[in-house]
Design a protein around this ligand. Sequence first.
Ligand SMILES: [Fe+2]
Length: 508
Amino acid sequence: MVGLAGPALAACAPSTGSSPAPFRYGVASGDPDSQSVVLWTRHDPGIAFVTTSRAAPAPARKSKARSKSRAKNSTNVTRSLATVAVPVRWEISQDESFSNLVGSGEVQALPERDWTVKVIPTGLAAGTTYYYRFISAQGTSVVGRTKTAPTGPTSALKLGFVACSNFGWGAFHAYRHLANRTDLDAVVHLGDYIYEHASAGFGDTYGTHRALDPLGEILSLGDYRRRYALYRTDPDLSELHRLHPMICIWDDHEFANDPKAGGAQNHTPATEGDWFQRVGFATQAHAEWMPTRVEGDVAYRSLQFGSLATLVLVDRQRRYLFPQPDDGDLYLGRAQAEWLDATLSAAESTWVILGSPSNFGPNVAGQTGGGWGLRDRTRAINAFRASRSGNLVVAVGDIHKFRAMDIPFVPGQYDPATGAGSAGVEFAVGSVTSPGATDPNPGTQVKYSNGSSRGYTLMTFTGGSVDTEFFGFDDALKTSSQLPAESRLAGFRVAAGTPHLVPMSNPT
Ligand SMILES: [Fe+2]
């Protein structure tokens, strides 16, 4: 049964944080649908004294005397410390006092999952706020708040968007501002949730603002687990997870910088081991520590928010992380590209939100480039155009800046004055801490570019429009120990049926 939870095995995880032991990493929720949501926590490792009886050596020849002796010796015991599973009870309720539970159960915290616990209660009501907590013999977690997705006719949806949160480069002020909001349905993280580098691994002045754990580049399963644990000791990120369901898609730094065929820019097989074994470690730690339904290598998925919006998340690293022989040179690899075709063309909601860690459309003159390239972008847009949805909004991370732009479809046919020829709109959602640069030579389709602010993006969807607003603060303030005031950097409205940007001076 339950052993004593002790600090000895917690050495793999830093012990500071806003939540008390044994649930020192707090709680989190994610990937809501209309009937269920992922609930997450981690319990301190279970250790207990295990008592073992030791039998006497077998006698050479039976005799009464020897039998007596063996019986006496069999009472010898040894006691040793061992890890033991920890039963953890979970509860979910519509009220913070948990007086009327709508679900409860028990799961085991286990060493093979790094003592993380993930449960998915079902049978919940759509579009409903819930409170949840975890309980063990050693204590009770903080209370988390989450929300299921709506179903059917839906009048409004408000999503927060974040990306690129490098722990060493500054405080997670953007997370705190987002956590403080009370009007969100969910928060979408578009990748680079962790970074794999050693402390000061980029050699920049911000690199040592906060020391990392481990100090070196993360390579082993234990390393990746410790890096996630470090991030979850951050009180701002912990509070964001506690108060809002998060929907997360990985980019490259959850593994290593810039994956490429058979490896990555930041992976040296001679000294850092097999690339695909490292990918496996990163994938496992991600599944353990993130409040996601993703348990294996398929991270691309879609989430439905009633009749109003379909959120489609793609894994742009897939062809390098999990290559298949028939991937060809497709940007997303074969299976994911075909899944995206089917998903986009089947969409029936007013808005389709394509969440891509990398930029989708062309941001410079010429209208052919962009992260996806003309061919793969055109394929996705054509699939979208075959659907019953008329409105495409792309949200991207990766580039460490805020940017708002139309997406020219056919090169040479876009009119920047009227927006005619735009297939949809694209927003780069800013970075939490990672530094960026304002576009030096943007094309006429780019209506806003800001690489000097850190922050987050809000999108408010209704049947008639989507309002997108950038919130943030100056880059230099990310190293402040005090929470800097945020300001509304810019806002844009897109009316349903007219896929181009219109500046919006007043807040939504
Ligand atoms: Fe990044």
